[in-house]
Design a protein around this ligand. Sequence first.
Ligand code: THU
Length: 135
Amino acid sequence: MTDTELIEAAKKAAKNSYSPYSGYTVGAALLSKDGKVFTGCNIENAAYSPTNCAERTAFFKAVSEGVREFVKIAVVGGFKLDFKDYFAPCGVCRQVMREFCGEEFVILLGKNGNEYRKLTLEELLPCSFSNESMV
Ligand code: THU
């Protein structure tokens, strides 16, 4: 699975975004070490706080299927499927990634067109607290 293919999967997943309150559509595609792709979108709620981010949807789908080892995730976000700028995962999603991924885990930020940015979890969540601290 190439970076570009994973970003395309994230763009496709964003089409399922349920975001009637913000209009901000987010898609994620998570590649596991055994080669499976788990996609996710943001799912909003009238009570606001139950809203789930696209990245966590993808992670929770994978973990609930028994998959816990991951290589990289692609994310896109923007109003009404217009991914005009790079979108980066929120702090809560970065922390969820850290639960299952090492600092070398790769995050691909996509946008309209073919350009993308490639970052590590260490860059997005430096000096992190994780299960490695809980020993
Ligand atoms: N959102 C995500 O899906 N992922 C993030 O990392 C940040 C924000 C969603 C939540 C909400 O539905 C919308 O984007 C606006 O905050």
